[in-house]
Ligand binder design. Structure first.
Ligand code: MG
Length: 188
């Protein structure tokens, strides 16, 4: 039997890197943005900065990888549960200069021995060879569903406009992703 392949996203799904991003922003701009203020994917446009400025802060956030909290407790156990369903790769699209910090972060959170797939910024995850995705990007969710695949959409303020359908399911935690994938597997 063919092994099911699951792409598990990093930023916003395992690692709350936006938390440190906002802290750096607030400290340098004397601002007080919270997670709930990040209402859309390209929220940085509303702050009047360029994409490269966004990436500069993103780099600084990851350079501070020890400060980046996990999105939920017991990540190791939850990823192990997902692995009962198939092969799980941590698939993350990001600038190359943050990769070394990602590996350190994963190690610190008990995920150092997992397969990590780094993809270039702008690469369409939906075109990779996975049947299921766990992701927080509203753009990825729409593309994955359009490609005839399934996505467990990790609930975040910036993806709340995406509605569930037969291929997209909003989840509040990784255990709900497990239930969703299992249910899809029994249906298909
Ligand atoms: Mg993400």
């Amino acid at each position: 039997m063919r092994v099911l392949r699951i792409a598990l996203d990093l930023d916003g799904v395992l690692a709350d890197s936006i938390y440190v991003w906002l802290r750096i922003w607030n400290e340098s701009r004397k601002d007080s943005l919270t997670l709930e203020d990040v209402r859309c994917w390209d929220f940085w446009k509303g702050l009047g900065i360029t994409l490269s400025e966004f990436h500069r802060i993103f780099y600084r956030a990851w350079k501070n990888w020890r400060s980046i909290p996990p999105t939920e407790p017991n990540l190791t156990d939850k990823v192990a549960l997902l692995e009962e369903l198939g092969r799980v790769d941590i698939v993350t699209s990001r600038p190359r200069n943050t990769e070394e910090y990602v590996l350190k972060w994963l190690n610190m959170h008990g995920l150092g021995n997992r397969n990590v797939v780094f993809v270039k910024v702008g690469c369409k995850k939906s075109e990779l060879g996975y049947e299921f995705y766990i992701d927080d990007s509203p753009l990825n969710a729409e593309e994955i569903a359009s490609a005839g695949k399934y996505v467990a959409l990790y609930d975040r303020p910036w993806n709340r406009l995406v509605r569930d359908n037969e291929r997209i399911k909003r989840i509040m935690n990784l255990n709900e992703a497990y239930s969703f994938i299992k249910e899809c597997m029994s249906r298909c």
